[in-house]
Ligand binder design. Structure first.
Ligand SMILES: *[C@@H]1O[C@H](CO)[C@@H](O)[C@H](O)[C@H]1NC(C)=O
Ligand SMILES: *[C@@H]1O[C@H](CO)[C@@H](O)[C@H](O)[C@H]1NC(C)=O
Ligand SMILES: *[C@@H]1O[C@H](CO)[C@@H](O)[C@H](O)[C@H]1NC(C)=O
Length: 913
């Protein structure tokens, strides 16, 4: 038995509560030579000069050569620079070395194929003198891209003001370690704890500085448990800290308020400021990355002077390998940057309706009887839910795609019973494959050579849940296709069409590997080293799984796959969650910036484990978590194996009622959430948004990460402390806000000190919006398909409001062929109008076209009106006073039109008389 194995077994023997996050298990920057080297560079040390700047094939190309060429140095080959311009203000910069012994890795299958079609063919290069000879090309209306030759610098300029937007290498920190021969006596190996990385190709890191101008804050670069606005990591008045790390890891019991990188990596940063608006920078690179956010004045002694009239945030980007393939986005509105980013990496998939509803998970629902009981209790307690999840224990010895036949003798029947109530099941499928010669998956994968190899070329063998395991090399499209086939009903015995999938541990997690992952010198398809592809490993695995669900259903139904690891582009393949959080108030609080940051970087479908994965939440915390989680884009309760059971009915009648209420709010708002998911699917705008995304010129919102917007209409403020009696809530903008439960009106632009009760967390509808709800509660979302809608019109000071509703069959791809209903409701001049936004009338969405609107509630309307006229039917209906929620008849009453009985899919108007 090796030392490592022994250590691993010891680790398992100790109870999980003994362990918490162990800093020394993970490398810090000082223990990471490329990071340490890059951090110690001084501004101005880059001596590259751009030469041979020209237009070639519609791109700007140049060579970057060291200024003081030293003939005796072998590493003075020029670097090749290519600058390309795409529609909508997107600039792409590539820098690579000339071919050497090994091709440097460029991340495939992230940039969507149709992006290339949006390239603008550059025709003209203008020469200007801007602090030295410079070449200028058109970027988009009002913006140019500028390359200064000596020293080399790239920036985007606003042509009207002359101001800079974003720049690279303005501080001369650009460094590109070219591949080279090993010098005599040189040792390239790196050691960390008991692990040796052979580093056969030697140093190959890249680092550079990026500056954002007129920026008040920077955001993005998930995934970590920290604030939304990224705090500086270096510079004056900053406690010297670690840079933000992007390296996908299975971090056991992560801590909040830490720059440490967790399960996923998206090297995309946004800046935002009152003057400039929003800009974005994305570096497509899947190797370990470290990013410093520099405090103002960090470069005081460098002697480098940049345009001084503009506020600036400087950042330093460092990666272990790969190439420079960077994208710059000019914004200038927050939603523009998201649209530009998803033009490159793809729009988020539109989930099925059931996936937007509530999910019940636990490690583990023991057996079929347990599943049946839990399912029955939801009905008994009148709590809707859509999906029941099974964790690793449902398998035969952690062999995925199998069932423990003692505990789950009839999996098909179990799934059919759930499906009978419109419910679904999710099972876990992880990337580690048990090395067991009797396991067909292992046999096939090893025979076909489909595993990732170790540095000696043998199948990589690491420890994970099943013990000795190997990992399918899903970087290879052929292997992805093979993996996808494993989800067919014939191959995945016991699966049915209502079964969907969860990918965990895909960082990948390797219990006995360096930092609990795969060694960097492991080898992938095409001779790619693991260090080059590490952060995207989970992405390719997620992609292969989603392809599997597509294939099994012959492309009819939209896949649902939840993944823990993520990379730029993961939004195309499904949902993600924030991993193994803990049942404490700090983790409840940090879940909000985590989810918002994911949304800002394209991952609109995310959530945190409701209740906290590790530990036992106090009932009060659990209730608060449900109340907040009901507004996460992905709403799932989950719990660790060693925790006490915590299904919603286990904490007494009152708590059950409160949790039911929270879940009901989510079900009522499903039509609104689904409309937002479609908006994300088209524009990239996230479902959960930082306040500044909706109020970009309100500085008071820029670093607020305790409250957030759901779409443009709902503001939610979490309650993050025990026994809270009051909450301070800032309501931005000039319009009024209406309490979502009581309809009470509040002034905008003010911080309100509000009383809070256990009944709910503060949530508000923005004046000037129209919300669509479904108020009849069923067992699952599927059973609500034909239920009528309620419209809640929240008027602003001009007695006007607007809202949208998107409906399709909730499951198929028919919407891509126009099978959907998309309406805009406009209230103005005392008249509500429904107009069509879909290219067709939407009549081809079966079932739903006949669905009615059963109730219209007017908030903020002047009293006195007694009836309304409906056109074109020419019907008169009464206006009554009614509650905002039918279940809460004792609440204050508002002007209500009951049973206008207009069809949701048709054009009509309702005039208040
Ligand atoms: C050229 O590089 C070599 C090796 O790094 C060094 O010894 C020498 O001093 C350098 N010469 C000049 C002119 O910089
Ligand atoms: C929207 O989602 C669907 C289904 O996931 C996907 O096929 C499509 O590419 C997405 N984007 C757009 C613009 O429809
Ligand atoms: C009121 O809302 C409507 C619809 O959203 C909007 O067009 C109008 O500008 C708003 N008026 C004010 C004063 O905010």
């Amino acid at each position: 038995m090796s030392n490592q194995t022994l250590r691993f077994i010891l680790l398992l023997l100790l109870s999980s509560s003994v362990f918490s996050w162990k800093k020394e298990e993970f490398r810090n920057c000082n223990q990471t030579p490329f990071c340490k080297r890059a951090r110690s560079r001084t501004p101005g040390s880059c001596s590259l000069t751009a030469t041979d700047v020209t237009i070639s094939d519609g791109d700007l190309t140049a060579n970057l050569i060291p200024k003081h060429t030293n003939e005796s140095e072998s590493e003075s080959k020029p670097l090749i620079l290519t600058l390309s311009v795409y529609q909508d203000g997107i600039l792409r910069l590539k820098i690579d070395e000339q071919h050497s012994s090994k091709t440097r890795f460029q991340v495939p299958d992230v940039v969507v194929s149709h992006f290339q079609e949006t390239k603008l063919y550059l025709q003209r290069l203008t020469n200007e003198d801007l602090n030295g000879p410079s070449s200028v090309v058109y970027l988009s209306d009002g913006y140019s891209a500028v390359i200064r030759h000596d020293p080399f610098e790239l920036f985007i300029r606003n042509d009207n003001s002359g101001d800079r937007v974003i720049s690279l290498n303005s501080h001369g920190l650009f460094d590109f370690e070219q591949l080279r021969e090993k010098n005599e006596g040189e040792n390239w190996e790196e050691n960390f704890r008991t692990h040796t990385d052979k580093r056969p190709y030697g140093p190959q890191s890249i680092s550079f500085d990026v500056s954002f101008y007129d920026a008040d804050f920077v955001y993005g670069i998930p995934e970590r448990a920290t604030s939304l606005a990224l705090k500086p990591t270096r510079g004056p008045n900053v406690d010297e800290s670690e840079p933000y790390r992007l390296f996908n890891l299975d971090v056991f019991e992560y801590i909040h308020d830490s720059p440490f990188g967790l399960y996923g990596s998206i090297p995309f940063m946004l800046s935002h400021g009152k003057v400039r608006g929003t800009s974005g920078f994305f570096w497509l690179n899947a190797a370990e990355m470290q990013i410093d956010v520099l405090a103002p004045g960090w470069d005081a002694e460098s002697g480098i002077s940049l345009p001084s009239s503009q506020n600036r945030i400087d950042t330093m980007w460092m990666s272990e390998a790969g190439v420079v393939d960077a994208f710059f986005f000019v914004g200038p509105n927050p939603k523009d940057v998201l649209r530009q980013y998803v033009a490159v990496t793809g729009a988020p998939a539109l989930p099925q309706m059931f996936a937007v509803a509530y999910h019940q998970c636990r490690w583990n629902y023991r057996d079929e009887e347990d599943v049946e009981n839990v399912d029955a209790k939801f009905d008994e307690f009148d709590i809707p839910y859509d999906v029941l999840w099974l964790d690793i224990e449902h398998t035969d010895g952690k062999r995925y795609f199998t069932w423990d036949r003692v505990l789950f003798p009839n999996p098909e029947e179990m799934q059919r019973k759930l499906a009978g109530k419109g419910r679904h099941m999710v099972t876990i499928v992880d990337p580690h494959i048990k090395r067991d010669d009797n396991f067909h998956l292992h046999k096939e994968a090893s025979e076909k050579g489909y595993y990732v190899k170790d540095s000696n070329g043998n199948d990589f063998d690491g420890w994970c849940w099943p013990g000795s395991s190997s990992y399918a090399d899903t970087l290879n499209p052929e292997i992805r296709s093979w993996w996808a086939d494993k989800f067919s009903y014939q191959s995945y015995v016991g699966s049915t069409p209502s079964l969907y999938i969860w990918n965990d541990m895909n960082e990948p997690s390797v219990f006995n590997g360096p930092e609990v992952t795969m060694p960097r010198d492991a080898l992938h398809y095409g001779g790619v080293e693991h260090r080059e592809v590490h952060n995207a490993y989970g992405y390719y695995f997620h992609m292969a799984t989603a392809e599997g669900l597509l294939k099994r259903g012959e492309g009819k139904d939209r896949p649902f796959v939840l993944s823990r690891a993520l990379f730029a582009g993961s939004q195309r393949y499904g949902a993600v969650w924030t991993g193994d959080n803990s049942a404490d108030w700090d983790h409840l609080r940090v879940s909000v910036p985590m989810v918002l940051t994911l949304g800002l970087t394209g991952m609109s479908f995310s959530g945190a484990d409701v209740g906290g994965f590790f530990g036992n939440p106090e009932p009060e915390l659990l209730v608060r978590w449900y109340q907040l989680g009901a507004y996460y884009p992905f709403f799932r309760a989950h719990a660790h194996h060693d925790t006490k059971r915590r299904e919603p009915w286990l904490f007494g009648e009152r708590k059950t009622e409160l949790i039911r209420d929270a879940i009901h709010v989510r079900y009522a708002l499903l039509p609104y959430f689904y409309t937002l998911f479609r908006e994300a699917n088209i524009t990239g705008a996230p479902v959960a948004r930082p306040l500044w995304m909706e109020f970009p010129s309100d500085e008071a919102t820029f670093s607020n990460d305790e409250a957030f917007m759901v779409g443009n209409s709902i503001l939610v403020q979490g309650i993050y402390t025990e026994r809270a009696k009051h909450a301070s809530v800032y309501l931005p903008g000039k319009q009024s806000w209406y309490d979502l439960r009581t309809g009470t009106v509040y002034k905008g632009g003010v911080t309100h000190k509000l009383e809070v009760t256990e009944e709910s967390i503060p949530a508000f509808q923005r004046g000037g919006t129209i919300l669509t709800r479904k108020d009849r509660f069923r067992r699952s979302s599927t059973q609500m398909t034909n239920d009528p809608f309620t419209l809640v019109i929240a008027l602003n000071s001009s007695q006007a409001a607007e809202g949208e509703l998107y409906i399709d069959d909730g499951s198929s791809f028919g919407f891509l062929e126009g099978a959907f209903i998309h309406r805009r409701f406009i209230f103005a001049n005392g008249k509500l109008t429904s107009v069509n936004l879909a290219p067709t009338s939407g009549g081809n969405v079966r079932h739903t076209s006949d669905v009615l609107i059963e109730r219209i509630i007017l908030l903020g309307h002047a009293p006195g009106s007694k009836n309304a006229l409906i056109e074109p039917s020419n019907q008169n209906v009464d206006i009554e006073l009614g509650p905002l929620w039918v279940q809460r008849a004792h609440s204050p009453a508002f002007m209500t039109i009951r049973k206008p009985n207009v069809r949701v899919a048709e054009d009509w108007t309702i005039k208040i008389l």
